[in-house]
Structure formats: C-alpha cells, structure tokens
Design a protein around this ligand. Structure first.
Ligand code: CA
Ligand code: CA
Ligand code: CA
Length: 232
C-alpha cells in the first residue's frame, strides 16, 4: 500500500465515522401528544430528524395522523408493538397520503409479520406527506368510497395502492372497512420505524416588527446618533 492510498483510506474512514456519529446524534423518537387527529388539519407534525413515532391506539376507532416533510427517495415505514405490557401492542394498519390527501400506499399485516406488523414502501418526490396509523379495521374513505382494498382479519397482505373506487379523491374520513369480520380490535401502543430521514420542518415565520416597534427603534437610533454627535 502506498502513502496516497493510506491517506485516502484514512479520510474515507473518518468520513464514514463522522456520518455514523452524525446520524446517531440525529436519531430522534417522536411521541404522540395526547391523541393525534384523523384528518390532515389535526395531524401532529414530526420534526427534523425524527426516525420513529411512539403512540397509542386508544380504542376500536382510533386513527393517528402524522405530518412528515420528506426529502424524497425510497421511503418505508414499519410498525412494531409498543412498550406496553408483555410486548402485546396494537393491531395496526399503515396508510400514506400526499399533501393533498391522495392515497399512495397501505398495508394491514406484513407477510409473515403477524397482525401487529404493518409495512409500507414507496418511491417519493420531496414534499409533505401524511402517515396514518389506524387500528384494524378503520379504513380511509373519500367522497367516492373506500380508498384502499380491505381484508378480513389477519395476515399475509401485500402493500396496496389506492385502487378501490375512492382512490381518485382525497381522504375525507375513516370507517370500519367492508371486509371486517367482527373478530374484534386490539387497542394498544405502537412504534412506527421510519426509513428516511425527515427533512427540515417548515421554517417558522420570521416575526415582522409592529409599526410601533419600528417607531421606537427609529427614535432609539436617532437618540444614539445625537449622543454620539455631542461627544464628537
Ligand atoms: Ca392515538
Ligand atoms: Ca387518533
Ligand atoms: Ca394489522
């Protein structure tokens, strides 16, 4: 190995270490605050760097919507049982919508993952998205009907697109899906693991000084100038 090669290797290792440290430092869980809403206007926003969401499906009708700002590329989300008793968490479903509320992908039970593991994946443009965690079998509908295919309880279901009649219109509400077999629901906690680093949250608007403040500021500057002149 020559010196140039060793220098290059050292640089590459240092860069890889820095990147690992940086991403580890930015790994941030988000916790549902109270109960997240079911529609975009009542969604809870995930901030920059959030890579997992911890929440709770409180009852047989709970749906929790989260607003994500994504940098684009391949995005995936997976639910796992939350940290409540005995590792038994909620029977989750996952749904992804764009900023306008149009359905993108959905899954109830990931193949071989059981009822508590939902998995979605999609190639996305940068932008704002809404991720919904719902209890089985609360499904999204639009003015034209249910947006995604529905299944009876348990297991081995694919990631679905918005191919049911309601898929051509934005999210309007949630209801028990037509294929629900009455096998009951399973409330509880969940953790959603996110594959993509979430981009910066929307910048806070810069406060604009009120006219009165501007007048005071102007008076202050004038006084300062006068004071300086008196010492010139
Ligand atoms: Ca909730
Ligand atoms: Ca909710
Ligand atoms: Ca499920």
């Amino acid at each position: 190995m020559n010196r140039k090669f060793l220098r290059g290797l050292r640089k590459a290792l240092a860069a890889a270490f820095a990147a690992t440290t940086l991403s580890a430092a930015h790994a941030v869980p988000m916790f549902e605050s109270g109960d997240a809403g079911q529609l975009p206007a009542a969604a809870q926003a995930a901030g920059a760097g959030v890579d997992s969401i911890v929440g709770n499906l409180d009852n047989s009708f709970d749906v929790d919507l989260y607003r994500l700002v994504l940098g684009g590329g391949l995005f995936s989300a997976t639910t796992l049982p939350g940290p409540d008793c005995c590792g038994v968490g909620a029977d989750t479903q996952l749904f992804l919508f764009n900023e306008a509320g149009m359905g993108i992908v959905a899954n109830d039970d990931e193949p071989f993952g059981g009822t508590q593991k939902s998995f979605i994946q999609a190639l996305l443009d940068p932008g704002v998205y809404f991720l919904a965690v719902s209890i089985y079998s609360m499904d999204p509908f639009s003015v034209d009907g249910f947006i995604f295919p529905d299944y009876a309880h348990c297991c081995f279901q694919p990631v679905e697109g918005p191919v049911w009649p309601g898929g051509g219109q934005p999210l309007a509400g949630w209801s028990v899906g037509p294929a629900a077999d009455g096998s009951g629901t399973q409330p509880g906690s969940y953790v959603v693991s996110l594959s993509a680093t979430i981009g910066p949250v929307d910048p806070q608007p810069t406060p604009v000084p009120a006219p009165a403040s501007l007048v005071l500021l102007g008076a202050g500057l004038l006084a300062l100038t006068t004071w300086r002149r008196s010492f010139a």
